[in-house]
Design a protein around this ligand. Structure first.
Ligand code: AVJ
Length: 319
């Protein structure tokens, strides 16, 4: 008898239109770029889950350590009655919060993937009988309308995914999050931190090659969705640290001169040997930058927690 509601604010064909626009724009400009959100079909999501278990990929474990240690403080500081989770995916990390937020009335997971939302809701409802789950199929980088669940609201954006946004995108994203907060509401933000370059690069170029497969998966998505004929074997996985911007970049580098057809877009794409397409930016932060970017969006950093090793941070901010 646990209430479960699912609201779609994203038209069924919005994803397809957005992929077409991104591939058309991204592969006809110089240098070529593809947005990281297209990694995550079911295979890509599986590969990402595998990445989170790799010895080199510390962010997931570091964030879990903080959530486990700090969930009671987060609950006390926010008194949240509604937890909104942006990019909830499997809602795995959320469990620690849900367990600690004892006064919680509603959980609002927001994701572009309907299957992730319904799959996660089923097990959450079993574990938290009486919790209202109102899942939203939505793109949280576009304007969000939240259901009228009771406040205070805690909006969580975990995993370090904010690092996938470029600085200007981050500013408008944080401003729109700010717009969701009423007085007394809070934002819980996960950010990976600047650290030794070799540790960072290994996290994005693991020995087992899982991240390489994840990176190349975007080509398989384009092949399937747009009828393209990319051969992932024609590309090398590249992960590099951009010290100026303090972000990791993932790229795919053509091993030879090649031409790929994208029939659904009436497009022929040429890659010169060695030419790269940037597939992801994963920004790493310092406390100062987080504080400043929150302040620029009209929020105040009130708590800053890191794991023991200082690799990852959870920030709590209020409007
Ligand atoms: C899910 C965006 C947080 O940037 O670390 C993992 C994705 N990319 N390995 C990240 C990712 C390569 C991940 N986020």
């Amino acid at each position: 008898m646990s209430p479960f509601l699912l609201t779609r604010t994203l038209p069924e064909d919005a994803t397809d239109a957005a992929l077409r626009a991104d591939v058309l724009q991204g592969l006809t400009r110089t240098p070529k770029v593809l947005p990281p959100k297209w990694f995550y079909d079911s295979r890509g999501s599986e590969l990402f889950e595998e990445i989170t278990r790799l010895p080199e990929y510390y962010p997931t474990r570091a964030e879990r350590e903080i959530l486990l240690a700090r969930a009671p403080e987060i609950a006390a500081a926010t008194g949240a009655r509604t937890l909104v989770e942006l990019g909830s995916g499997s809602s795995e990390k959320t469990r620690h919060l849900l367990d600690a937020l004892t006064g919680l009335h509603s959980y609002v997971p927001v994701d572009v993937s309907e299957s992730a939302l319904t799959g996660a809701a089923e097990s959450l409802l079993a574990e938290h009988p009486g919790l209202h789950v109102h899942a939203l199929i939505a793109d949280f980088t576009q304007g969000l309308a939240l259901p009228g669940t009771p406040g205070p609201r805690l909006v969580a954006f975990l995993g370090g995914t904010i690092g996938n946004l470029l600085p200007a995108e981050r500013a408008s994203f944080l401003a729109s999050v700010r717009g969701l907060l009423a007085p007394g509401d809070a934002l819980l933000l996960g950010t990976d931190l600047v650290k030794d370059e070799s540790v960072l690069v290994r996290a994005y170029d693991d020995a087992a090659g899982v991240t390489a497969a994840f990176n190349k998966n975007v080509l398989l998505v384009i092949n399937r969705e747009l009828g393209a004929d990319f051969d992932p074997r024609d590309f090398d996985h590249v992960a590099l640290w951009d010290a100026e911007h303090e972000w990791i970049e993932m790229r795919l580098r053509a091993r030879r001169n090649l031409t790929a057809k994208v029939p659904e877009l009436d497009l022929v794409v040429h890659f010169a040997a060695g030419e790269e397409v940037r597939t992801e930016v994963s920004a790493k932060f310092r406390q100062d930058r987080v504080r400043t970017e929150l302040a620029d969006a009209g929020m105040e950093l009130t708590h800053w927690w890191t794991d023991e090793e200082g690799r990852f941070a959870l920030s709590l901010a209020t409007a």
